[in-house]
Unconditional design. Sequence first.
Length: 218
Amino acid sequence: MDTPATRHLKLFGWLIYLFGIFYCLWLVGTAILSAQTTGVVSIKSTDSAASLIVGQDNHQAITAGTGNNKVRLPAGTYQISASDSNLFATGLVRVYKKQTSTISLNPTRPPTIPSVATVDFEGMNGLINSGLTTDQITALQLYLFKYKPSAKVVSVSQSSIYPEAHNPDTDTSFSIDFNVSIDAVPYKAIITYADLDNVQLRLYNTQGKLLFDSDAGN
């Protein structure tokens, strides 16, 4: 029987049906429009576990999965990054409408910038036992790094540490001689100090030629 309630149900059903059709048409139209105004970036990372990040100036970065992936983006220039633990790689890619751009990334460990902290200093306790303060040791390490910024290991021969004779009536400073190797290259060193904060370092080669004097500004 065709009752008002039945007619209402049929009308509701038709409305849902029409809504579904319009929604599908909207999705198709949006997809067509997107394909006409965007491009695809094919990201290839040598690390399949690396997280992919897509960034652009004045826009919030977005994640793009891991390893190898494809992302549809509006035309423009993007910075693509791949990271996994201590491995990192980044690069720029240009996206064109209706085209596929490819970027390959090889995440590696970033290069270590040389600093005093990257040098392995050995045998410094012997100089502390001979009268140097921790502040003076810090200054000494800085001078040794300044002499050779690429140094990996600096080793003081504790058995060679020799405080020079000091006459308190005539001498206003103290001096300590010792042997030191910088990346296995031997040197003769003399440190001189008159207070508990500062120290002067002079480095000589094995032939006695002065190579470095911290007070000379070299």
